[in-house]
Design a protein around this ligand. Structure first.
Ligand code: ADP
Ligand code: MG
Length: 258
């Protein structure tokens, strides 16, 4: 059982405050869907949680299993078991998926000095590739290089399946996917979900009908302004985000005033 506790978190970049008092706890077995209009601060939140040095935490705390991780580097956070699936996965020509995954797996599970052998890793990867419905050729391609949007997103979930973190932060894993790819990713996520705590950023209720959230939150102006269950996602799908702004939050202020 792992918990990630976000306590009254404030963060800024280039002198602009982007997170304004965000509080949320994610535990193993929970799927928290995080929704919100473009620019609400969703990607900022997961980048800050992972320790992207571009952002400064100015107030509040982030606790992993009750211990503050604010001073830890991104790789130290990853070693604790926190994983970030990017909204825009980076293309890395020259590094094959298989070598990338083998290196990441080895660093996380075996420490800095040892690397799992090629064949040993291949045996580990093969059944996963099969369960994702991709051929072995997929793993020899360069990481995200020339991939379609769907292939990139599939790669992020494949990383999740290989690395088996405790807390997964997934930034719009469903954006740009066709229905088949969405189903494929959802099936894999549902399979992995029981042993994970998931923060799933999305704009669409559709993925949430496959990957059932235990909690749904709406973010606006750098904080959570409303929490509920699946019905909240359905309401947003129907009515959009117009009813939600940062003034909805208790003690909230509207963004325009600052
Ligand atoms: P979301 O993922 O919810 O669409 P983001 O977290 O990407 O939102 O962005 C939140 C807000 O932060 C946006 O309005 C964006 O323009 C702003 N932002 C991001 N980086 C900077 C920066 N370096 N300077 C100023 N504003 C920024
Ligand atoms: Mg975003």
């Amino acid at each position: 059982m792992a918990t990630l506790e976000i306590k009254n978190l404030y963060a800024s970049t280039d002198g602009k405050t982007l997170l304004r008092g965000l509080t949320l706890t994610i535990a193993t077995g929970e799927i928290h869907a995080l929704m919100g209009h473009n620019g609400a601060g969703k990607s900022t939140l997961v980048q800050v949680l992972m320790g992207n040095p571009k952002y400064q935490v100015t107030k509040g705390d982030i606790l992993f299993d009750k211990k503050s991780i604010l001073k830890l580097s991104p790789d130290e956070r990853a070693k604790l078991g926190i994983f970030l699936g990017f909204q825009y996965p980076v293309e890395v020509p020259g590094v094959s998926i298989s070598n990338f995954l083998r290196a990441a797996y080895s660093r996380l599970k075996l420490g800095e000095k040892s690397t799992l052998g090629v064949l040993e890793f291949k045996q580990k990867l093969a059944p996963l590739l099969a369960s994702f419905g991709v051929s072995d050729d997929y793993a020899v391609r360069y990481l995200n290089s020339g991939f379609s949007g769907g292939e990139k997103k599939l790669g992020e979930i494949l990383q999740l399946a290989v690395l088996r973190p405790k807390i997964a932060l997934l930034d719009e894993p469903d954006s740009g996917l066709d229905v088949d790819a969405l189903r494929k990713i959802s099936r894999q996520l549902s399979r992995l979900a029981p042993e994970l705590g998931i923060l799933l950023i999305t704009h669409y209720a559709r993925i949430l009908s496959y990957v059932k959230p235990t909690h749904v939150h709406v973010m606006a102006g750098g904080r959570i302004v409303k929490s509920g269950g699946h019905e909240l996602a359905e309401k947003i799908e129907k009515d959009g985000y117009s009813g939600f702004n940062s003034a909805n939050a208790k003690g909230g202020i509207t963004l325009n005033q600052e």
